[in-house]
Design a protein around this ligand. Structure first.
Ligand SMILES: Nc1ncnc2c1ncn2[C@@H]1O[C@H](COP(=O)(O)OP(=O)(O)OP(=O)(O)O)[C@@H](O)[C@H]1O
Ligand SMILES: [Mg+2]
Length: 239
């Protein structure tokens, strides 16, 4: 049984079918890449799984349990965390406070006398410890993406959905970030669903890649098969 499964998920916004009968599965302990052109429905898929949007039809199963239409905070407590493509920290709170707020959604809450120390460990893990008392509004794009990851980890998830966390990084930094995501899987025993346009990153990390195009599941497979697929080349990669 897959850890996360989507069955026939559809979501329309006015005349646009952002998701059109999408089926997918994410196996426990794997990194699954989610790719596709702009507007393909990738972020919408995360929003539906995370309980931010109700699908028009279809269902989401987590550990075999139907979680469709549960409130976002319930889904988070069950073990699904996500980062936002457009980062959303509380701008006037410090990095440490931002993580502490996320910890409230942890099933095993570390709130209490030691919350500062607990929050600090998540900041250290993403190498933001030195900015613990800095307000989030002063962070650059790369630091804000890291804070997103720290906040996601602070909810003690089983599955993390990463939405374009490599923005602003150069080639060398992307290589380090790929190693970081692999460590999340290996050291923290996380299952990861990762949206990214940087194909090299997905190629180097994912066991399976799912391709969306215009709200439809176009194809899926191991990364080397996906990049050679004519449909994917035509819809997304180009020549
Ligand atoms: N809240 C919303 N209201 C209206 N339309 C939306 C909303 N969210 C997404 N859409 C539309 O749904 C479609 C899919 O958008 P989505 O953000 O899921 O694409 P994406 O694959 O994440 O693209 P990108 O790679 O640019 O981030 C687009 O046509 C988008 O304009
Ligand atoms: Mg998106």
């Amino acid at each position: 049984m897959a850890l996360l499964e989507g069955q026939g998920l559809s979501k329309r916004f006015g005349g646009v079918a952002a998701l059109d009968g999408v089926n997918f599965a994410v196996e426990q302990g794997t990194i699954v890449g989610l790719i596709g052109p702009n507007g393909a429905g990738k972020t919408t898929l995360f929003n539906v799984v995370a309980g931010m949007f109700r699908p028009d039809s279809g269902r989401v199963l987590f550990r075999g349990e139907d979680v469709t239409n549960l409130p976002a905070n319930t889904i988070c407590r069950m073990g699904i965390a996500r980062t936002f493509q457009v980062t959303r920290p509380f701008l006037k709170m410090t990095c440490l406070e931002n993580v502490a707020v996320a910890m409230i959604n942890s099933p095993r809450s570390e709130h209490g006398r030691d919350w500062r120390r607990a929050a600090r460990t998540y900041l250290d893990y993403v190498e933001l410890g030195h900015l613990a008392s800095t307000e989030a509004r002063y962070l650059n794009v790369v630091q804000k993406k890291r804070l997103e990851i720290a906040r996601a980890l602070a909810t003690k998830p089983e599955l993390v959905m990463l939405d374009e966390v490599l923005g602003g990084l150069n080639t060398q930094e992307i290589g380090r970030a790929v190693e970081f995501v692999k460590r999340l899987r290996d050291e923290r025993k996380l299952t990861i669903c990762w949206i990214e346009h940087v194909m090299g990153a997905i190629m180097g990390a994912a066991e399976k890649v799912i391709v969306l195009d215009q709200g439809k599941h176009l194809m899926e497979g191991p990364p080397d098969a996906v990049v050679k697929d004519q449909r994917v080349i035509q819809a997304y990669l180009g020549d």
